[in-house]
Design a protein around this ligand. Structure first.
Ligand SMILES: [Cu+2]
Length: 363
């Protein structure tokens, strides 16, 4: 048995027969504890629809304190002041907090979070601003914030420079918002895999300043939050993540924005008249790549979001390695209303949680 198939069986065994080990109460719809995991999987595919190959029940988002549907659009823009030189200073406050979260119905994961949620807050700024991030460690382990962006060594959030911030301590990161794009931040404490997969990551979006991009002025304005041009779009942030619930170095659950199959049970409403822009980030540990496949449609892709013209045109599938990210733009304006699926094209990831739907509506 290759390592790949061994892992597959291990993970399916856990889901079909061993979920109680996790303290969980729900099962996959296709599970059958009297059958082997392989038999269960085969029977499930033969006799049950794809729609039933998912977790049963729903996560109580009020107990989690965050709702994956709300996470799609809750941009954290911080507070804005002007310094003595007339520069815009945007300040965010981020706290590291240990927290148990429910990642699938009945499956509790001991997360380390930024601001009590996974992914952490979606920090959003405009190109050229001075950013100040006040980071407080209220958790039980030393942590840091490492931003993907351009900054000095002291602001890099790795142990050899600004260092790790001990529990109870505070550090202020400060740097300029550049380059514009779809970025991320994450804890850079070692062991890196542990701190990442425990939930310490979030989206970091820098909107282009239209005044700096007269050659692509209209596009730049549409990317800048708060403009009338931006309001014409439906913007969504999606962080592809996964959880190793038994700490064996393999993921048991996959998702966009943490909760397995959330957007299958709560499809994302889309007005067909408005174009869609997805800020997509992959933070999945243990698997080398993740992917995004859209059904019945194609999109333009902006790798890292650092350009105002697409780096890939008319594609329906892209892949991202860990920390890679990009912007997807597409439209359903000529489609019939209805449910349109999107998911990782690794079928295993989809069945273990990374499967979702848009609910395209008139309007
Ligand atoms: Cu950490």
């Amino acid at each position: 048995m290759t390592q790949f198939f061994k892992n597959l069986v291990d993970r399916r065994s856990l889901l079909s027969g061993g979920i109680s080990l996790l303290g969980g109460t729900s099962m996959l719809a296709a599970s059958n504890s009297s059958a082997s995991s392989t038999e269960t999987y085969t029977k499930g595919m033969a006799h049950k629809g794809m729609g039933q190959m998912m977790t049963v029940g729903d996560v109580d988002t009020s107990i989690n304190g965050f709702d994956p549907t709300a996470l799609l659009t809750d941009w954290e823009t911080g507070s804005v002041t002007t310094d003595e030189n007339g520069n815009t200073v945007r300040t965010f406050t981020v706290e590291a907090i240990d927290k148990e979260i429910e990642i699938a119905p009945g499956v509790i994961f001991p997360a380390w979070t930024f601001n009590g949620r996974v992914p952490g807050p979606t920090l959003r700024a405009t190109e050229g601003e001075i950013l100040r991030i006040i980071f407080r460690n209220l958790g039980s382990h030393p942590h840091s914030m490492h931003f993907h962006g351009i900054h000095s060594a002291r602001m890099d959030g790795v142990s050899s420079n600004s260092g790790l911030i001990d529990p109870g301590d505070e550090y202020v990161y400060e740097f300029n918002a550049t380059p514009f794009g779809c970025h991320l931040y994450h804890c850079h404490a070692l062991p890196f895999t542990r701190h990442m997969h425990k939930g310490m990551y979030g989206a970091f979006i820098i909107d282009p300043d239209p005044a700096k991009h007269l050659d692509h002025h209209a596009v730049a304005k549409s990317r800048k939050l708060g403009t009338p041009e931006n309001a014409e779009w439906q913007e969504l942030v999606m962080v592809m993540n996964a959880f190793d619930t038994n700490f064996d170095g393999d993921n048991e659950f996959y998702a966009v924005n943490t909760v397995a199959h959330h957007y299958m049970k709560h499809p994302i409403p889309i007005k067909k008249s408005k174009p869609v822009r997805v800020y997509l980030i992959n933070v999945t540990e243990f698997d080398p790549i993740n992917s995004f496949h859209l059904h019945a449609n194609f999109y333009d892709y902006f790798d890292h979001g650092t350009t105002l013209t697409p780096t890939l045109k008319t594609v329906d599938t892209i892949m991202q390695c860990q920390a890679q990210r990009g912007i997807l733009e597409f439209s359903f304006k000529d489609h019939q209303p209805g449910k349109y699926m999107f998911h990782a094209h690794q079928a295993e990831f989809a069945e273990l949680g990374w499967m979702a739907e848009f609910d395209v509506q008139e309007g």
